[in-house]
Design a protein around this ligand. Structure first.
Ligand code: UD1
Length: 418
C-alpha cells in the first residue's frame, strides 16, 4: 500500500483547478444505466471510487470508454441486474444502482454496500422509498433483492434528508408511471446536479435543492453529454490546507455558493477571502483564530465531509474549539493520529474538544478513511519536520492527483509504494 512522505512547515502558494465532484459523478454514472443511448460525462476525476463504479457498470454489461478524461457509457448492451459482493463492497455508491437497475430491468440484486468505515450506514430509507414505488424487497445472505412488475409514482416522506436515499428514489422514479414526490429530501448541490443530468436525458424532475423533489415519470430516456459540478469538498480541503499552512492560494473552477458554511468559518479564523466568478482566493498570514464551535449538518449546514479537515485546522488555532459530528457516529478515527502530531483533542460522545497548540510536529500516522486521511495530510503539511501518512488508498478514493496538486502549491509531499 502506498504512503505519503511529507516535509511540513512550508507555506502554500499558487493556484489549483478543482476536480469534478465525486459525489455528483457517482450517482450520474449509476443513472447512465437508465438509458439505451450513449452518455458522456465530462472531466471525470481519476479516483478509485470512479474506477470501481466503472467496474460495476462493466459487470452489468455496459460498455465504458475513456476519451481523455471524458467517460462514455453505452448501456444499450446492459444485460445483468446482479452486483456481486466483491464489487459492492468496494464502493458504498453501488447502492445507487438499485434505483437505476430496478428501473431498467424491474429486477436488481445487490450485495450490501461498502464504503468508508465511518459508522453504521443503514440503507433503510432507500429501501422504504423503493417499496413505496411498488418494489418488493427481500434481504438474504447479505444481498438485497428487488423485483417489481411496474414502478408507480407515490409520495415518499424521508425520516431524515439522506443524500443517497433521495438520489436512489429519484433514479427509480424517473421511469415510474405517474408522479413521485420526495419530501424532506436532501438539498445538497449534487442532488440538483443529478436532477439536471436526468433532465438532460429527457426526464422531468423539479425541486432538487429544496426539501421537495417532484419526479414525473417518462417512458424513455435519451443520451446526453454532461459536465457535472465541481467538487466542493476537494475545494474545501485546499482552502483549509491554505488556512492551516499559511500562504496564498487561488482555486479555479469552484462554486463559492456551495461552500458558504466553510467560507464563513474561515473568515472567523481570520483568513482573507476574495470570490470572483468561479474563483476563490484565500490568504492566511497569521496563526488562525479558533472558531469556537463547528457542527456538521445536512446542506446548507457545515459538511460532515469537511469535519476532519476543519478539526485539523482547529488544532493549530489560537484558542479552543468544539467540533460536533451529527451525521456519522465514528467519524473521529483520525483523532488519535492527530494526537501523535502533538494535537490536544479530547473526544466526548459526538464532540471533539480542541485546545489549539502553536505547532504540530511530524509523525507517522495512519489514514483510516477518505476525509480523515486528507485531514492527516494537511496536518502533516503544517507540522514541523517529517511525517509519513500510511494507507493512502483511502485518500485515492476521492482526491485525484492529490500530491501533484499540493506539490504545485509548493508542498513537499511524495508518494512511495510499499
Ligand atoms: C453522502 C455522501 C457522503 C456524505 C454524506 C452526508 C455520496 C456518494 N456520499 O453519503 O460523502 O458524507 O452524503 O453528506 O454522495 N441514513 C439512515 N438511513 C438510510 C440512509 C441514511 O439512517 O437509509 C442516515 C445515515 O446513517 C447518516 C445520515 O442519514 O446519519 C446521512 O446519510 P446520507 O445523507 O444518506 O449519506 P450518504 O448518501 O451515504
Amino acid at each position: 500500500m502506498d504512503k505519503y512522505i511529507i516535509n511540513g512547515g512550508g507555506r502554500l502558494e499558487g493556484s489549483v483547478r478543482v476536480q469534478t465532484a465525486k459525489n455528483s459523478v457517482l450517482p450520474i454514472l449509476a443513472a447512465a444505466v437508465l438509458t439505451d443511448e450513449p452518455v458522456t460525462v465530462l472531466n471525470v476525476p481519476d479516483i478509485t471510487d470512479v474506477r470501481n463504479m466503472v467496474k460495476i457498470l462493466a459487470c452489468l454489461g455496459c460498455k465504458t470508454t475513456y476519451s481523455g478524461n471524458d467517460l462514455v457509457i453505452d448501456s444499450s448492451s446492459a444485460n445483468n441486474c446482479e452486483i456481486p459482493r466483491a464489487l459492492a463492497h468496494e464502493l458504498r455508491s453501488s447502492v445507487f444502482l438499485l434505483g437505476s437497475v430496478i428501473s431498467r430491468f424491474r429486477r436488481a440484486k445487490i450485495a450490501y454496500p461498502g464504503g468508508c468505515d465511518i459508522g453504521i450506514r443503514p440503507v433503510d430509507l432507500h429501501l422504504t422509498g423503493l417499496k413505496r414505488l411498488g418494489v418488493n424487497i427481500s434481504e438474504k445472505n447479505g444481498y438485497i433483492e428487488c423485483q417489481c412488475d411496474k414502478l408507480t409514482g407515490n409520495e415518499i416522506m424521508l425520516d431524515c434528508p439522506s443524500v443517497g436515499a433521495t438520489e436512489n428514489i429519484m433514479l427509480a422514479a424517473v421511469t415510474a408511471k405517474g408522479t413521485t414526490i420526495i419530501k424532506n429530501a436532501a438539498r445538497e448541490p449534487e442532488i440538483e446536479d443529478l436532477q439536471n443530468f436526468l433532465n438532460s436525458l429527457g426526464a422531468k424532475v423539479v425541486g432538487a435543492g429544496t426539501g421537495s423533489v417532484v419526479v414525473e415519470g417518462v417512458e424513455k430516456l435519451g443520451g446526453s453529454v454532461y459536465q457535472p459540478i465541481s467538487d466542493r469538498i476537494e475545494a474545501g480541503t485546499f482552502l483549509i490546507a491554505a488556512a492551516m499552512c499559511g500562504g496564498e492560494v487561488e482555486l479555479l473552477g469552484v462554486n463559492a455558493e456551495n461552500l458558504s458554511s466553510l467560507l464563513h468559518k474561515l473568515r472567523e479564523n481570520g483568513c482573507k477571502l476574495r470570490i470572483k466568478n468561479d474563483k476563490i482566493y484565500i490568504r492566511s498570514d497569521r496563526r488562525p483564530v479558533s472558531v469556537k464551535s463547528v457542527e456538521t449538518q445536512p446542506y446548507p449546514g457545515f459538511p460532515t465531509d469537511l469535519q476532519a479537515q476543519m478539526t485539523a485546522l482547529c488544532t493549530v488555532c489560537c484558542g479552543n474549539s468544539i467540533i460536533t459530528e451529527n451525521l456519522f457516529e465514528t467519524r473521529f478515527k483520525y483523532v488519535p493520529e492527530l494526537r501523535r502530531m502533538g494535537a490536544d483533542i479530547t473526544v466526548v460522545d459526538r464532540s471533539a474538544f480542541v485546545r489549539g497548540v502553536e505547532k504540530l510536529r511530524g509523525a507517522t500516522v495512519v489514514a483510516h478513511d477518505l476525509r480523515g486521511g486528507a485531514a492527516l495530510v494537511i496536518a502533516a503539511l503544517a507540522a514541523e519536520g517529517n511525517s509519513e501518512v500510511l494507507d493512502i488508498s483511502h485518500i485515492d478514493r476521492g482526491y485525484a492527483g492529490f500530491e501533484y496538486k499540493l506539490s504545485s502549491l509548493g508542498a513537499k509531499i511524495k508518494r512511495v509504494g510499499i
